[in-house]
Design a binder for this molecule. Structure first.
Ligand code: IPM
Ligand code: MN
Length: 370
């Protein structure tokens, strides 16, 4: 029997609430899927800072490295606004990404038919939307050195962040983009700011060269990232795979999230390179939404992005495509039935709690599994 070891990192804010629903889906899979999942839970983010004065412990990093997949909730909140920069909640997540070398961040934006009216855009603009934002996750301005605040002789301060990309970093993310495009609508749009940034010039060049050398069967288009943001809200269905750097990818994926009706809908997968012998990839799965401290603890949060992130883990880390399809189909079922958490509801619609949404998804899974 296939068996997997999952590390659960619920984190802060609504993280623990939505992770609780993932725990129930895992129980369901243990009872019904034929595969065996073992989980261990660790602290991360502000809750880890409160207990250990760091945003992730060395032990937790070690367990993440040894797990088949890390399932991550959300980190951060106003409570930790003034903790030292190095141990702020977000540092735990950034450390996991960097230490596990999770350079490829897949953020699919799918508009479920039932939610076409929940978006702030016109239904015809987003109906049937199925795009994938591929964000480079371990380079760029998030990690480039120097990264510092220095005090000048005048007493004034100067802050520096460094946008930095090497050929190798660009090539490996571009390769993932072309490979993914081949399994989808076969089109890649690469977004950078080559009109302003040297790193954008190199990005454009490396993507163009890799395409010419190995992927001429895939359609490639280049777009300036600002124009790309505009096109994403104007006519998002023109895209298939969008590949972009760490910072642009952060922003463009939040835009893409709202195309789907709510930020509470978007899962993501962060993958490393396949191991040369076992072909296994290190991986972390997390919803794109944050910790939403304003609604934390109220049982209102939408657990769909979190559960769909577990679905992505089944697909990419456990080779359980059928179980992943089942999770996705169950989500589509409950949405079609009209089950809505508060973030998805339009005027006059009844809303359900986090737990009730979890109940509905589990029931839909059982029904489909017969
Ligand atoms: C995301 C988040 C993170 C990021 C934060 C929490 C560090 O916004 O995953 O999109 O900026 O990458
Ligand atoms: Mn973000």
């Amino acid at each position: 029997m296939a068996s997997f070891n999952l590390q659960l990192l619920p984190g802060d804010g609504i993280g623990p609430e939505v992770m609780a629903e993932v725990g129930r889906v895992i129980d369901w899979l243990n009872a019904n899927s034929g595969a065996k999942f073992e989980t261990e839970t660790d602290l991360v983010g502000g809750s880890c800072y409160d207990a250990h004065s760091v945003s992730i412990t060395e032990d937790a990093i070690k367990r993440a490295d040894q797990s088949d997949a890390v399932i991550f909730g959300a980190v951060g909140g106003p409570k930790w606004d003034s903790v030292p920069y190095d141990v702020r909640p977000e540092a735990g997540l950034l450390r996991l990404r960097k230490d596990l070398d999770l350079f490829a961040n897949l953020r699919p934006a799918i508009c479920y038919p039932a939610l076409a009216n929940a978006s702030s855009l016109k239904p015809e603009v987003i109906e049937g939307l199925d795009i994938l934002i591929l964000r480079e996750l371990t380079g760029g301005v998030y990690f480039g050195e120097p990264k510092e605040v220095v005090t000048l002789e005048s007493g004034e301060k100067r802050a520096v962040d460094t946008q930095l990309y090497t050929t190798h970093e660009i090539e490996r993310i571009a390769r993932v983009a072309f490979e993914l495009a081949r399994t989808r609508a076969n089109k890649v749009t690469s977004m950078e700011k080559r009109n302003v940034m040297r790193s954008g010039v190199l990005w454009n060049q490396v993507v163009t060269e890799l395409h010419a050398a190995e992927y001429t069967d895939v359609e490639l288009e280049h777009m300036l990232a600002d124009a790309g943001g505009m096109q994403l809200v104007r006519w998002p269905k023109q895209f298939d795979v969008i590949v972009t750097d760490n910072l642009f990818g952060d922003m463009l994926s939040d835009v893409a999230a709202m195309l789907t009706g709510s930020l509470g809908m978007l899962p993501s997968a962060s993958l490393g390179a396949p191991h040369p012998v076992t072909l296994k990839r290190k991986s972390l799965y997390e919803p794109v939404h944050g910790s939403a401290p304003d609604i934390a603890g109220e049982g209102k949060a939408n657990p769909i992005a979190m559960i769909a992130s577990l679905g992505m883990a089944l697909r990419y880390s456990c080779d359980m495509g059928e179980a992943a399809d089942l999770v996705d189909a169950a989500i589509a079922d409950v949405l079609a039935e009209g089950v809505r958490t508060a973030d998805l509801a339009t005027e006059g619609q009844n809303t359900v709690s986090t737990r009730e949404m979890g109940d509905a998804i589990l029931a839909a899974m059982s029904k489909r599994a017969g």
